[in-house]
Design a protein around this ligand. Structure first.
Ligand SMILES: [Zn+2]
Length: 479
């Protein structure tokens, strides 16, 4: 459209606030984009592809402003002249604006402008005059509370408001809210959250996923015996469930949980458990309904199960297969870990540098940095040790569970820097290596269940636009 088409009856004057919610005047914000005829959507795609997140944010704003102006122009009038049709259009508008705000939300995070979110949401709440729209804003506000201030109570209150609107989806919304807030909690609190999710919806998927998470949290608190007991009980129950009745998701979760248990058992018990896990993974694969990402993930997990069993050739084969399906985190991470295992630090470093170019979640970034730390140790490389240390010291947003580990890693790397001047002293190196290998052993409890498994299976809604293949707050960083 050209400038003259900005009809003053429906379009703000240049000095009015911009409809996109950024808080600027229309003239200084989205107006120039709306006057130009070029496609905002294409430009946004290009900016995202080039990882120019600042431009992407500006373009997403303009896209939203354009839709909201269209809404303002048509919907309220139709609601008066033809209420039945008007209400239909209103619902379409609410859905469309909801998904545009989802993209805008992510754009803020990627452009590191999260602090603007709450103000923006407050302005957008007024954009559509309907209580159902205000309810949806509650959903974004919940994510913002969680993201900005780790304010779990406010976030949950907002999620309850949102769930109250869509009674039929109450379970999944609450579960999503709990998932979202859980990452930043201490382990005891997180165990409570897991119990609450199981109570809300005791499906086999939730039982496996959240009881395993409880066990993993117990491990973080050094309650190994209790964790093993919980997992053994869980799998004794599962063993009686026929795989024909299980969803792909359930098969995936059971297999992954078995791999977790196998870490904790001695070798006699471990190998049969891994064998069983591979059986579940293969049954899931045969169903054939996985997305490319899901296939990559499954192959990476098969690789991992071979890696734990000490069959490195088979492991490498599956990691490479995982890479065929996707260039995502799992395959590269698996290859990096294998390279360290095989004492090939340079190959590991190559994969880790590639990983660092991706948009990673907090826990993925943590995992990558830990591996970089072990490369620093293996190569006795002071510069790399210093680099990893800087990364950890600058990351003020680590969840408590990771913070403790980061502190240990930091102190070990510090020792390395000191000790490297006296190469005869190897004790601290060994201590650091043992910390790292312990971390590597525990690795699946950070990565394995932190992902949105919905994203792995075709045709299932993701519940939320995730950044990663769908981790949650992880969701916010992994696209
Ligand atoms: Zn604007």
């Amino acid at each position: 459209m050209n400038d003259s088409q900005l009809d003053p009856r429906y379009y703000p004057s240049p000095k009015d606030g911009c409809p996109c919610g950024a808080g600027n005047t229309f003239r200084d914000c989205c107006r120039p984009f709306l006057v130009e005829s070029a496609s905002i959507e294409d430009a946004a795609k290009t900016a995202l592809g080039a990882k120019e997140f600042g431009s992407y944010l500006v373009l997403q704003r303009a896209e939203l402003a354009r839709y909201l102006l269209r809404h303002r122009r048509h919907t309220p009038t139709l609601c008066q002249t033809n209420p039945a049709l008007g209400q239909q259009l209103l619902l379409i508008d609410i859905d469309a604006v909801f998904s545009l705000v989802e993209s805008l939300f992510d754009a803020h995070v990627w452009a590191k402008k999260q602090t603007l979110l709450l103000g923006c949401l407050a302005r957008l709440e007024l954009a559509i005059d309907d209580s159902r729209w205000k309810n949806r804003i509650a959903y974004f506000r919940a994510s913002a509370f969680y993201l900005l201030s780790n304010d779990r109570d406010s976030a949950l209150a907002e999620f309850e408001t949102y769930a109250g609107w869509r009674e039929s989806e109450k379970e999944s919304i609450l579960q999503f809210g709990l998932d979202l807030t859980a990452e930043n909690l201490g382990s005891a609190e997180r165990r409570e959250v897991c119990e609450r999710i199981i109570a809300i919806k005791p499906s086999i998927e939730n039982q496996v996923q959240y009881r395993t998470l409880v066990a993993m949290d117990l491990l973080l608190d050094d309650e190994t015996a209790l964790a093993v007991k919980l997992l053994r009980e869980l799998h004794k129950e599962i063993f009686d469930v026929s795989t024909t009745g299980m969803s792909e998701m359930a098969l995936y979760l059971v297999a992954t949980s078995l791999v977790h248990l196998s870490f904790l058992e001695n070798e006699d018990r471990r190998l049969p458990l891994l064998e069983k896990a591979r059986g579940y993974y293969r049954t899931a694969l045969e169903r054939g309904s996985f997305t490319k990402l899901g296939l990559a993930r499954l192959h990476a997990l098969l690789g991992e199960s071979y890696e734990i069993a000490g069959d490195y050739d088979a492991a490498m084969k599956y990691y490479v297969l995982a890479g065929d399906h996707s260039d995502r985190f799992d395959s590269r991470y698996g290859l990096a870990r294998m390279a360290i295992e095989r004492n090939e630090p340079d190959r590991a470093l190559f994969q880790l540098r590639k990983l660092a170019e991706m948009n990673l979640s907090t826990s993925q970034l943590f995992d990558v940095n830990v591996l970089l730390g072990s490369v620093a140790i293996a190569k006795r490389c002071k510069d790399l040790a210093r680099e990893v240390m800087t990364k950890f010291s600058h990351d003020a947003t680590l969840p408590p569970a990771l913070e403790k580990r980061a502190a240990t890693l930091l102190s070990d790397l510090e020792t390395i820097l000191r000790e490297s001047r006296k190469p005869q002293k190897r004790a601290s190196w060994r201590r650091a290596l043992s910390f790292l290998s312990k971390h590597l052993e525990l690795k699946p409890n950070i990565g394995g269940f932190g992902i949105n498994v919905n994203a792995l299976i075709d045709g299932k809604p993701q519940g939320h636009p995730t950044t990663d293949d769908g981790s949650n707050s992880t969701r916010l960083l992994e696209k």
